[in-house]
Each structure stands twice: as structure tokens, then as C-alpha cells.
Design a binder for this molecule. Structure first.
Ligand code: HEM
Length: 216
């Protein structure tokens, strides 16, 4: 019996997921050791990442591999823009900048969106399924640490208004993964790209840590 692709991709990235969860930046941020400025800087980086994911999405709609994953109820750019307006003020666009790791990450997503639908699926999975899962823990901590209104401005990125039942949505998403129109070799390449996506996130966290290092 062959392993379902959703299991394969989850298992293959499990170790890197633990690394991401326990990375210095995440644990410092969620442990209340960093200020709202670090949370804001992280949110800015996400804006660059999701713009790359979502700017390229429309053109992929008819694609047999990536098309089924393009679901507007997941889109995060607008929520991020509301959060950034709250965190940085109305003229937030003038002050945001992508870290080098973020630039490389967004460029790779854009490249996949343009040239390789399977690669786009890897990046889609790594971000959106994570946001629907651990993202909810991050939201809860951020609301408590910095006093954002529950599911309000500042944490809208983590609120999927159009997905009332995240568990059911994730089940359906895994079915899409299991049915992905790719042969075994292509599936292996998608898994490798997923690992690369985790690496990009790790690099972004390291650079964020560098900007907000805690003095001993
Ligand atoms: C402190 C940070 C994080 C926490 C607390 C966290 C927590 C979780 C939890 C509890 C799940 C399990 C959900 C389930 O079984 O349905 C999950 C799944 C997932 N997370 Fe995270 N996570 C974090 C960071 C990240 C990061 C940085 C990424 C990648 C960018 C990520 C990507 C994923 C993915 C892709 C899944 C879905 C796995 C699957 O079921 O296929 N997570 N996360």
C-alpha cells in the first residue's frame, strides 16, 4: 500500500516543523521576551511572503496541479494589510522592508508560481496549513502579550473568517494533497520543495532574531 501524499509531506517535514516551532525567534516572541516591534517586523515579512503566494495565484487557477489549491478563503494579504495599518499606522507602506531571507523566499515562491505548479503547491501547503494550525496558538499569545482585541486588528492574519470549520477544511485540504495530479517523481520533488520552504522560514527567523537579539 502506498503512503497517502498528505502523510508523506507531513512526515517528511516533521523534523523541520519542530525546529521552526522551537526556533529562538518563535520561542522568544511567544514567550513574551520580545516586544510588539518584533511581532510587527515579523508581520511585515509575512506580507511579502503572502503577496508572492497570492499575486501568482490567479494565473494558476486553470492549472491541473496547483489550481485546486487556489482557494480565496485562504487569502491573507488583505488581513495582513489591516494588521500592518494597526501596527504601523496608515502610512505603513512607506516603512516596510523585506529582510534578505524574506526577499529570497518571496522570489522563490514567485518563481514556482510562474514556472512550476508543483513547487507552488509545496509553498502553499507549508504556509496555509501551518497558519490554520499553529497559527491559532500564535494568535492567542499575541492577543495576551500585546493586548490586541480578540481576533481583531493586529491578529487578523490568524483569523480565517471564511473558514468556519478549520478541522474540516484541513481534512479536505489533505484530500486535495492525496489527489494531486503528480507522478511519484514529481511528488518527491514537491516534498523537497516543502523542505526548502521550511528552510526559508528558518532563515527568516534567524534574521529576525539578529535584529531583535536579547542582551544576556
Ligand atoms: C511556534 C510556532 C508554531 C506552532 C506552535 C505550530 C503548531 C502546529 C500544530 C499544533 C500543528 C498540528 C495541527 C494538526 O495536527 O492538525 C501544526 C501543523 C503545521 N504547521 Fe505548525 N506550528 C508553528 C510554526 C510553524 C511554521 C513556522 C511553519 C512553516 C512555515 C509551520 C507549518 C505547519 C504545517 C505545514 C502544518 C500542517 C502539518 C500537516 O498536518 O500536514 N508551523 N503546527
Amino acid at each position: 500500500m502506498t503512503t497517502p501524499f498528505s502523510t508523506l509531506i507531513r512526515t517528511a517535514s516533521h523534523e523541520q516543523h519542530t525546529e521552526a516551532e522551537t526556533s529562538g525567534f518563535m520561542t522568544d516572541l511567544l514567550g513574551g521576551r520580545l516586544g510588539v516591534d518584533a511581532y510587527t517586523r515579523y508581520t511585515e515579512q509575512l506580507w511579502f511572503v503572502y503577496r508572492a503566494l497570492e499575486d501568482g495565484a490567479g494565473a494558476l487557477r486553470p492549472d491541473p496541479v496547483a489550481g485546486p489549491f487556489v482557494q480565496p478563503e485562504l487569502f491573507r494579504t488583505e488581513a495582513l494589510e489591516r494588521d500592518l495599518a494597526h501596527l504601523r499606522g496608515a502610512d505603513w507602506r512607506a516603512g516596510v522592508s523585506a529582510l534578505p531571507a524574506t526577499r529570497a523566499y518571496a522570489a522563490r515562491i514567485a518563481e514556482c508560481a510562474r514556472d512550476w505548479p508543483g513547487g507552488y503547491v509545496a509553498h502553499h501547503y507549508t504556509r496555509y496549513l501551518g497558519d490554520l494550525s499553529g497559527g491559532q496558538i500564535i494568535r492567542d499569545r499575541a492577543e495576551r502579550a500585546w493586548g490586541f482585541a480578540r481576533k481583531g486588528d493586529g491578529v487578523r492574519f490568524y483569523v480565517f473568517d471564511a473558514i468556519p470549520n478549520p478541522a474540516a477544511f484541513k481534512r479536505a485540504y489533505r484530500e486535495l494533497l492525496d489527489a494531486v495530479a503528480a507522478d511519484e517523481l514529481e511528488k518527491r520533488r514537491i516534498v523537497d520543495e516543502c523542505k526548502r520552504a521550511f528552510d526559508f522560514n528558518g532563515a527568516m527567523f534567524r534574521e529576525l532574531s539578529g535584529e531583535f537579539s536579547l542582551s544576556a
